[in-house]
Design a protein around this ligand. Structure first.
Ligand code: IPM
Ligand code: MN
Length: 346
C-alpha cells in the first residue's frame, strides 16, 4: 500500500497556525489506503533561544529520511536578522540541493486586488534556489569605518545555471502555451548574464517547440503589473526570483495565496514546500493568517509525490472557496481550513 513520510517544520510566527490547516486539508484529501506518517521538528526561534541551534546535523539527517517536508515560516523579531533565514531556511535549501524554487502565479476569476478582472493570469516562476547572491560569498573590509567596503558575490556555475534552465524548458514543454521567458539583467551583470543567456540559447536549440524571449528584470516588473497574462514559464536567478515572486503574489490575489516548492528534481533529497509569505509576527496568534498559501503548497507537495488527482482536488476546493469569499465577512485561519477540509470530505 502507498505511504507518505512527511516531515513538518511549523517554524515561527503564523507558521504553526497555517501548517495545522495545511495538514488538516492533507488528511481530508488523502485516500484511505495512503498511510500518512508525519514527524514534527522543533526548529526556529524557540529552539534557537533555548539551545542556540538552528539546524543541528542530527536533525538534518533525520529530515532526509522523509518523502517531503512541509514548512510554515521562519523568522522572528527577537532573533538577529539573518540567523534563522541563513542558518535554517537557506541551509535546508542548500543541504537538500533545492535548485528549483517553483512559484506558480495564478489569478482566480474571483480574486480581489489590484488586478481583479484582468485577463487570465497563469504563469510559473522557476527561481534558481542554490546560487546567485544567496551563497553567502562575500565579505566586508574596514568594517564599521567610513571606508567600509562590503561585497556580496553572485555565484553562478555552468552546472547550476544549466540544470535549472533545463528544468524550466521541460516545464514549459508540458504546458499548453509552451513559452519560456528568461529574466536577468544582462546589460549590467554581464558576466553572470552571459552565462545565463548563452546557456539559455544552447538549451533552447534542443526545444524547438518552446518559444522563448528575454526581459531585463526591471522591465519584467512593469509587465508583471501591466500585462502579467503574457507570461507562461519564467526562469531567473535566485534574487531576481525572490523579488519577482513577491510581486507575482501581489498581482494574483495577495501573499496569502502564494505557494512554493523548493524542489530537488533528482529525488536525491526530500523537496520542501512552503507558503511564499513569512512568519508575520504582527498577526501571529490572532487567527487572521490565511492558510490558503500553505494549503496550495500541500497541493504542490502532493503533485510532486505523484498524487496528481489529489493535488487537483485541493486546487479546485481553493478555487471554489475563493469564489464564495465575502470581503465583508473575513474568516479565521481555522475557519478557512475547516471549510476547505469540508469541501474535500463532502
Ligand atoms: C522567500 C524568503 C526567503 C528568501 C528569506 C526568508 C531567506 O523571502 O522564501 O522568498 O529570500 O528566499
Ligand atoms: Mn521572498
Amino acid at each position: 500500500s502507498r505511504s507518505i513520510r512527511l516531515a513538518v517544520i511549523p517554524g515561527d510566527g503564523i507558521g504553526p497556525e497555517v501548517v495545522a490547516e495545511g495538514l488538516k486539508v492533507l488528511a481530508a484529501v488523502l485516500p484511505q489506503d495512503v498511510k500518512l506518517e508525519t514527524n514534527e521538528y522543533d526548529l526556529g526561534a524557540r529552539r534557537w533561544h533555548a539551545t542556540g541551534e538552528t539546524l543541528p546535523d542530527e536533525e538534518l539527517k533525520s529530515l532526509k529520511q522523509h518523502d517531503a517536508i512541509l514548512l510554515g515560516a521562519i523568522g522572528d523579531p527577537t532573533v538577529p536578522s539573518g540567523v534563522l533565514e541563513r542558518g535554517l531556511l537557506l541551509e535546508l535549501r542548500f543541504a537538500f540541493d533545492h535548485y528549483v524554487n517553483l512559484r506558480p502565479g495564478k489569478l482566480h476569476p474571483s480574486t480581489v486586488g489590484p488586478l481583479a478582472g484582468s485577463p487570465a493570469i497563469d504563469f510559473v516562476v522557476v527561481r534558481e534556489g542554490t546560487e546567485g547572491p544567496y551563497t553567502g560569498n562575500g565579505g566586508s573590509l574596514r568594517t564599521g569605518t567610513p571606508a567600509e567596503v562590503a561585497t556580496e558575490v553572485s555565484v553562478n556555475t555552468a552546472y547550476g545555471v544549466e540544470r535549472v534552465i533545463r528544468y524550466a524548458f521541460e516545464r514549459a514543454l508540458a504546458r499548453p502555451r509552451r513559452n519560456l521567458t528568461l529574466v536577468h539583467k544582462t546589460n549590467v551583470l554581464v558576466h553572470a548574464g552571459n552565462l545565463w543567456q548563452s546557456t539559455f540559447d544552447a538549451v533552447a536549440a534542443e526545444y524547438p517547440d518552446v518559444t522563448t524571449d528575454y526581459l531585463h528584470v526591471d522591465a519584467a516588473t512593469i509587465f508583471f503589473v501591466t500585462r502579467p497574462e503574457r507570461f507562461d514559464v519564467i526562469v531567473t536567478d535566485n534574487l531576481f526570483g525572490d523579488i519577482l515572486t513577491d510581486l507575482a503574489a501581489a498581482v494574483t490575489g495577495g501573499i496569502g495565496l502564494a505557494a512554493s516548492g523548493n524542489i530537488n528534481p533528482t529525488g536525491a533529497y526530500p523537496s520542501m514546500f512552503e507558503p511564499v509569505h513569512g512568519s508575520a509576527p504582527d498577526i501571529a496568534g490572532t487567527g487572521k493568517a490565511d492558510p490558503t498559501a500553505t494549503v496550495l503548497s500541500v497541493a504542490l507537495l502532493l503533485r510532486h509525490l505523484g498524487y496528481e488527482q489529489e493535488a487537483g482536488r485541493i486546487e479546485a476546493a481553493v478555487a471554489a472557496d475563493l469564489a464564495e469569499r465575502d470581503p465583508a465577512a473575513p474568516r479565521s485561519t481555522e475557519q478557512i481550513g475547516d471549510a476547505l477540509a469540508a469541501r474535500l470530505a463532502g
